[in-house]
Design a protein. Structure first.
Length: 579
């Protein structure tokens, strides 16, 4: 029998605590795992589970002033590294262990060109000249399949797309040929197609170099696509650990079962998405099969509802809508061409319907949503809301229209005033539109809205930074509901959330739809989420409608090659996550 190879990274009983005044918060509690050459360990869990803190502790990037790190041993390639001095650790970072962070825009220096930033990283660890370093950067750009490497080298971070910035970060991490690569949520906010490309790229590089990798994510579908082994973290501890196929095919811990179940199913449409709490509270002791049987939505009921809904008069009609943005050049800023963000788009939305709008970044879906609300002025075409021509509305009438048609933006934090309590943020639209006689009654309404979105009255006086991402999104939904709209545009409103928090928000939106008979335009790049939420799905590409069909029909029998590409890019699609 062959000897088991020694692990590249061996971690035994790693703990991390943070000082908070006179108390200590235990963020990571005695976690142990191994990473082998040429293999990937996927660390999965919700925000706050301790997975990112674990990686930062391995890199020794936590401040000694407010953190306490302990372990029995941390060995890299057989050598202990936990006792290294700060100076010695600087040579390990980048050269032996490299890291890709979640948000490339905050990891790249905005005032330096991308190429020079990677040259700086190479010169810090390699005894070579600047000319040789530049040659290596250009080779790395080709290796990570960046288009136009010469232009990218001279570009600033803000001039690149999200996928391109992430590839620059990967090139920087690989610049000194590390033994171990730590990728911390590198694809969370990316399109599913770009995410698939990044995952394939990392696997290809790993195959060519033999490096070990730790891939941190909240999505078990991503783990299924990239990892060999997985460690599931919950409240700072590893609750399940083993080969990916074993963990995903036969999960033992209720938390793992919950993470798997809260992803929209690829095989059955559910009336409500399960959440992690359901499994921790043992609501489905017999597993996913019992859960799907109880929550399954009957096709006959759905078809009947669609037939009745589509007999009604559309609440929204969009006819030949165009929104073009001019590209100006020259001394006198003459218009040379246009970006055709929305290009001759026509469709209808029916009362009580959820119309899913899906496509890659840059396809025009966000511009279309904002054009409908006239947050962006269309170039031409018509938008009719309940037979009213939105393009002809004056300033006062437009304000009244926006009371009836609200939007929930992608980033809840930038949507809220950081200096205003969330109670007053929700109350503000009630004051602007003169709803309810006085502020006492408006405050009571805010309490009611907070309760409806799963928050508490005591949260009224808190500020946005005191809430989690999922809670902030609930606050934005409550603010949109305050004026009792008929149409709600949800623009990537769950894209950056944990899958478990995402399930809670999606359930909330569906509950509110049933309670108040809302009509939704649900914008996302994730077709599995759009399919779960929507009655019909509209696929956009290059500013035009590529395909429009009933959600299940489009998902199961796509007519367009582009739609098929989006479906194939869904993380974990080819892995049986739902039984």
């Amino acid at each position: 029998m062959a000897n088991t190879p020694a692990p590249l990274l061996h971690v035994e009983k790693l703990s991390v605590g943070f000082r908070n005044g006179h108390s200590l918060f235990q963020a990571v509690n005695e976690v142990s795992f191994d990473v082998y050459n040429g293999q990937t360990l996927g660390i999965v869990g919700e925000s706050g589970s301790g997975k990112s803190v674990t990686s930062l502790a391995l890199m020794r990037l936590l401040s000694d002033r407010n953190s306490i790190i302990s372990s029995e041993t941390i060995q890299l390639n057989g050598n202990p590294i936990s006792a290294l001095t700060d100076r010695e650790m600087r040579f390990v970072r980048g050269k032996q262990i490299a890291m890709i962070f979640q948000e490339p825009m905050t990891s790249l220096n905005p005032v330096f060109r991308c190429g020079n930033q990677i040259i700086e990283a190479i010169l810090a660890h390699e005894n070579i000249g600047r000319k040789a370093a530049k040659i290596r950067v250009m080779e790395l750009f080709s290796q990570v399949k960046l288009p136009r490497p010469d232009d990218i080298f001279l570009s600033y971070p803000h001039q690149l797309s999200g996928g391109q910035k992430q590839r620059v970060m990967i090139a920087m991490a690989l610049s000194c040929s590390p033994l171990l690569l730590i990728a911390d949520e590198p694809t969370t906010a990316l399109d599913v197609t770009v995410q698939k490309e990044i995952l394939q790229l990392l696997k290809e590089i790993q195959k060519n170099t033999g490096m070990g990798m730790i891939f941190i994510t909240h999505d078990l579908g991503v783990v299924a696509d990239i990892a060999d082994q997985t460690a599931v973290m919950h409240h700072g501890s590893i609750v399940e650990y083993g080969m990916v196929s074993n963990v995903l095919n036969n999960p033992q811990h209720p938390y793992t079962k919950g993470l798997m179940a809260c992803r929209p199913s690829s095989t059955i449409r559910l009336s409500r998405l399960p959440v992690v709490g359901d499994f921790l509270e043992n609501k489905w002791p017999d597993g996913n099969g019992q859960m799907m049987k109880e929550l399954g939505l009957h096709d006959k009921d759905r078809i009947t509802r669609h037939e009745n809904m589509f007999k009604e008069t559309p609440i929204l009609k969009v006819k030949n809508l165009q929104t073009w943005f001019p590209i100006k050049h020259g001394l006198f800023s003459q218009v040379q061409s246009h970006v055709k963000a929305v290009d001759d788009v026509s469709f209808e939305v029916y009362p009580g319907e959820t119309l899913g709008l899906v496509g890659e970044s840059g396809c025009g879906k966000t511009t279309l949503g904002r054009s409908i609300l006239r947050l962006v002025e269309p170039t031409s075409g018509k938008v009719f809301f309940e037979d009213t021509d939105v393009q002809t509305l004056n300033k006062k009438s437009l304000r009244d229209y926006r009371k009836e048609a609200q939007i929930v933006f992608q980033d809840p934090y930038s949507s809220l005033n950081p200096g205003m309590t969330i109670g007053h943020a929700i109350m503000e639209p009630l004051q602007v539109h003169g709803l309810l006689p006085d502020n006492r009654m408006r405050k009571e309404k805010v309490y009611e809205l907070l309760s409806q979105v799963g928050l508490e009255a005591s949260h009224f006086q808190r500020y946005p930074h005191e809430f989690s991402g999922g809670q902030r999104q609930r606050i934005c939904i409550a603010r949109a509901l305050a004026v009792q709209p008929k149409l709600l545009v949800c623009d990537e409103s769950v894209s950056a959330l944990d899958v478990s928090v995402q399930a809670q928000v999606l359930n909330l939106l569906n509950h509110l739809k049933q309670t108040y008979h809302f009509t939704y335009i649900f914008i996302s790049h994730d077709l599995s989420v759009v399919r779960y939420m929507s009655d019909r799905v509209m696929v956009m590409k290059d500013g035009k409608i590529e395909e429009l069909a009933e959600a299940d029909q489009l998902y199961n029998h796509p007519k367009s090659a582009y739609t098929q590409k989006l479906i194939e890019a869904i993380p974990g699609k080819n892995f049986t996550l739902n039984k």
